[in-house]
Write a protein that binds this ligand. Sequence first.
Ligand code: AMP
Length: 271
Amino acid sequence: MKIFKSKHKLQKEILNIKNISFVPTMGGLHKGHISLIKKSKSFKGKTLVSIFVNPKQFNEKKDFINYPRNLKKDLMILKRLNVDLIYLPNSKDVFSFQVKNKIFLDKFSKKLCGKSRRGHFKGVLNIVNRFLEIIKPKYIFLGIKDFQQSYLINIHILKRKINTKIIHCKTIREKNGIACSTRNNNLNRNQFKIASNVIKYLRNKKRLIKKELSNFKFLNIKKDLMNLGLTKIDYIELYNSKTLKRPKNKKEKFKIFIAFYLNKIRLIDNI
Ligand code: AMP
């Protein structure tokens, strides 16, 4: 396992490597990240994992500061997984060069998380665009848990004709149903239980929503969710994940997209 803190040293190392499978992360590694890395290792070539908590995608400084970090544990996990290359840049290394491609921010960035997290997706695309220019990976592995993020990265890659293919990876969950997330580290036991009840509730409701799709209202569901112990619901919305339109037809496949707060901790999921 080789660790690089400088893009120039990393680029020198990977110059002659044809197939790079890239897994970008913000560290605080969990089973979700591990599944992405294992999938990437099943592809031909070398796996490169980055750990960088990107300040530009946090719309609140406090949130950035409180984001769980544990580099020592992360490096142990990556070593155990036998990852080939690790990139651990600082802000200067990734933000101090002129990019070739301008960010393409699709209008879907204004929906869901884009409504309450101003500048978030611009910050995400900024860093991903830079990573793609530095690394030029053949594949990039992204989790469907962050559906909106991977959708927007995909549009950016297509619009800017970048030669990298996205491999979308399924959401890995804890035994109690909640999606693995670095932010779960900040939950106490009670909050962990409430989050689990929210997911169980939504899974049950999805069947009912399917039946009543045409005149369905979220009002009662929001009330029920608040009664489970949520501090705030940022959004709860239905989308057909292919067309990105509201589902109207009973036969359509759709997902429930939700963002909610437990005290100051914000979690997102799609079910
Ligand atoms: P993050 O470190 O939160 O920025 O996530 C890095 C990558 O891991 C992103 O592509 C996420 O979508 C993905 N990821 C995060 N949580 C999960 C999960 N529970 N299951 C699968 N992938 C995940």
